[in-house]
Design a protein around this ligand. Sequence first.
Ligand SMILES: Nc1ncnc2c1ncn2[C@@H]1O[C@H](COP(=O)(O)OP(=O)(O)OP(=O)(O)O)[C@@H](O)[C@H]1O
Ligand SMILES: [Mg+2]
Length: 317
Amino acid sequence: MPAERARVPDDAAVVIRGLNKTYASGFRALHAVDLDIRRGEIFALLGPNGAGKTTLISIVCGIVHPTAGEVRVNGWDIRRDWRRTRALIGLVPQELTSDAFETVWNTVSFSRGLFGKAPDPAHIERVLRDLTLWDKRDSQMKALSGGMKRRVLIAKALAHEPEVLFLDEPTAGVDVELRREMWALVHALRHQGVTVILTTHYIEEAEEMADRVAVINNGEIVVVDDKRALMEQLGRKQLTLHLQTPLAHIPEALSRHELALDDDGHTLVYTFATRDERTGVTTLLHDLAAADIHFRDLDTRQSTLEDIFVDLVRDAR
Ligand SMILES: Nc1ncnc2c1ncn2[C@@H]1O[C@H](COP(=O)(O)OP(=O)(O)OP(=O)(O)O)[C@@H](O)[C@H]1O
Ligand SMILES: [Mg+2]
């Protein structure tokens, strides 16, 4: 079939239908995944370790074969039109891999050539400058720090001017400065019309960057929503009160608060939404004093994504 006829017209950057992946070990990493990623959006894929994020990205990028299902990128089928589709995609992998003895300039330039693009030193220079790698262009990869290597991975992914960019944990283990730079870069790319899909464990990263968010757990998409809607759900905080005297149950006088008793009655956990203008902490403390309940210590904790996934999965059952 001629390539042109294989093209399916649609406005989505990535269309995923009925995707399943069972590894040779028999482990089912993805189950019935359907996802549409819009052109020009920044899409965050969130999920705990082992949820299937890298597997999903690897399939879309044509690195891992799905057991069933189909994937189209800007209308092209990744399996039928591999080369063409792959050339549209930039991938910043989760794992650091590099040719230790190659220079930064060669590593990045070579990447462009892999996708059949004519050399364009001006573009490579722009990418290296954007990533503050210009001064390191003649350095060997092995002489770079971890953060710089990560920058090179990003430069490699941008070398062939992809239309869809995948960033798998782009800021895991990088310093605050690079994280901020990354965010600025992603915004700039989106401005140029690039669709960006990223995975992250940091809520604030999804919050800063994403237009939409999907949560994946145990290989299944649990939720897909606009960031704002989801973050209101995600932004929860816990106040833990370590009591002086253990409680057998939560007294009636405190029933209007969202409380849980933990640690054999030694701790009282109050959960509240950080988005709410009134957290309810003041009234809670007031009610505790009135009920003659005293605590020796307290701490607060922002709920982690992991907690939220657990909640989402439990709710989905
Ligand atoms: N080649 C493989 N063979 C067998 N099982 C695999 C293989 N690759 C991944 N898995 C399993 O599939 C599941 C999903 O892995 P994946 O790397 O996609 O998770 P992830 O969401 O990216 O996790 P993380 O947040 O830790 O990066 C895990 O249980 C993993 O052990
Ligand atoms: Mg991963």
